[in-house]
Ligand binder design. Structure first.
Ligand code: IMP
Length: 499
């Protein structure tokens, strides 16, 4: 006879935290959100930790190099999507590892043969007013000039005017060599009253730009996540098919941590992939696996050697797996069950395997609930897709700005490897949708606000660290009527502010 779980499976919205005692030093400024990312033995330190408990989803519409840099600046890790060619994924990883804080690869580039109209169109597209003029119009071509707003007057010049006729030419530009430090670059900017400083190599090719307006932001990221060489930490998704080619290329590019990206992790495919990594690289390469939703799935991946284990089937915002296939489990129940299995495994073996709740985070407080229930960190797709740094288009729909967000199981992503059960190398049916999400601004501002709520709630529970929260948290299931009581009710709202 089939096995029946005793209780219904529940979502985060069905739970609340009940406050505990907070002492006077239990204030948000004293809260540490540091968290382990990979397994470690009792009494030892994990090889990789994060300063905040957030990772971005392994998705085309979420995690590219730009997202990875922005999130590492705040202390978290992006897992760059694997549903692209090995070369382009490795190139994204390499760009994160080569990124020097304050040194940006120019995103606005044209040639001297372009026109004023092209400059204006590019400015509209990127929102940036400084355009590098290179011989081939790329970010790494030979630098020939710079165009800034002060170089042209739209009202007095024909749109057909060639860039060569009004750019500030190379002879009049102050530039710096590629081994300049950020401090030196900023001094050159100040001494010469510049707005931007091109950094060029020995052949005169543009390498980076340093901007005066970025000066303050360089000092504002106390939680930045670095490797031992002060480069940003970055992860990457892999699949259970082409790992023998993909993994070496990602490692060569400098990736810090891998994760098998699959809709269902309790499978022989994952064990074989992890075994190959262990045989080839021993324990030096760190690999997460998933997704699972119960004790059995956790034990399987733990014994297969996973460094962290991801939880969640069917709860993602763009996910239609439950509708299509009738598999999955409420996210809160999955986390609670897997956390119990993890703790039991720790008792038995002395090995702590971090777990990650993946998908289904709708409100900021869901993050705190996931942590309280035992997650060491959470993976978010929809949340990050709304920011400037996500790779997708920002579009105006009926007067409101939106960002595109599509699932890896949608026809648009064509990521058959994620759903592969040894079949015919194509998606036979969709498990995800293509959608819009409301544009929300910069990652930094949003993550800052979200985590200030997490820290505040942790203080209400008397916890100054995630481990302490997991020990002290008191959770209660809420009734349908008390969920109504939890929002503003029985009043007429004066505006629709999203509190
Ligand atoms: P979200 O944060 O609720 O948007 O969920 C993101 C998570 O949904 C990802 O990290 C994946 O685990 C999962 N996911 C991504 N694409 C799909 C899909 O097309 N179908 C089902 N789940 C998906």
């Amino acid at each position: 006879m089939a096995f029946y779980f005793d209780d219904p499976s529940r979502t985060f919205s069905e739970y609340l935290l009940v406050p505990g005692f907070s002492s006077v030093d239990c204030v948000p400024a004293n809260v540490s959100l540091e968290t382990p990312v990979v397994k470690f033995k009792k009494g030892e330190e994990p090889a990789i930790k994060m300063n905040i408990p957030l990772v971005s989803a392994i998705m085309q519409s979420v995690s590219d190099d730009k997202m990875a840099i922005a999130l590492a600046k705040e202390g978290g890790i992006s897992f760059i999507y694997g549903s692209q060619s090995i070369e382009s994924q490795a190139a994204m990883v390499a760009r994160v590892k080569m990124h020097k804080a304050g040194f940006v690869v120019s995103d606005s580039n044209l040639t001297p043969d372009n026109t004023l109209a092209d400059i204006l169109a590019l400015k509209e597209k990127t929102g940036h007013s400084t355009v590098a003029i290179t011989d081939d119009g790329t970010a790494n071509g030979k630098l020939l000039g710079i165009v800034a707003s002060r170089d042209y007057r739209v009202s007095r010049m024909s749109p057909d005017t060639k860039v060569a006729d009004f750019m500030t030419p190379l002879e009049q530009i102050v530039s710096a060599p590629k081994d300049v430090t950020l401090k030196e670059a900023n001094n050159i900017i100040w001494d010469n009253k510049l707005n931007s400083l091109p950094i060029v190599d020995e052949e005169g090719k543009l390498v980076y730009m340093v901007f005066r307006k970025d000066y303050d932001s360089h000092k504002e990221n106390p939680l930045e996540l670095h490797d031992s060489l002060k480069r940003y930490v970055v992860g990457a998704g892999i699949n259970t098919r082409d790992y023998a080619e993909r993994v070496p290329a990602l490692l060569e590019a400098g990736v810090d941590i891998l994760c098998i990206d699959s809709s269902e992790g309790h499978s022989e495919w994952q064990a074989t992939t992890i075994a190959w990594i262990r045989e080839t690289y021993g324990d030096s390469v760190k690999i997460g696996a998933g997704n699972v939703v119960d004790r059995e799935g956790f034990r399987f991946l733990a014994e297969a050697g996973a460094d962290f284990i991801k939880i969640g089937i069917g709860g993602g915002s763009i996910c239609i797996t439950r509708e299509q296939k009738g598999i999955g489990r409420g996210q809160a129940t999955s986390v609670i069950d897997v956390a119990k299995a993890r703790n039991e495994y720790f008792e038995e073996t002395g090995i702590y395997i971090p777990i990650c709740s993946d998908g289904g985070i709708v409100y900021d407080h869901h993050i705190t609930l996931a942590l309280a229930m035992g997650s060491d960190f959470v993976m978010l797709g929809r949340y990050f897709s709304r920011f400037d740094e996500s790779p997708t288009n920002k579009v105006n729909i009926n007067g409101a700005y939106m960002k595109e967000y599509w699932g890896e199981g949608s026809a648009r992503a064509r990521n058959w490897q994620r759903y592969d059960l040894g079949g015919d190398k194509k998606l036979s049916f969709e498990e995800g949708v293509d959608s819009y999400v409301p544009y929300a601004g910069s990652l930094k501002d949003n993550v800052g606000l979200t985590l200030s709520k997490v820290r505040s709630t942790m203080c209400n529970c008397g916890a100054l660290s995630i481990a302490e929260l997991q020990k002290k948290a008191k959770l209660t299931v809420v009734s349908a009527t008390s969920i109504v009581e939890g929002g503003a009710h029985d009043v007429l709202l004066k505006d629709n502010r999203n509190l």
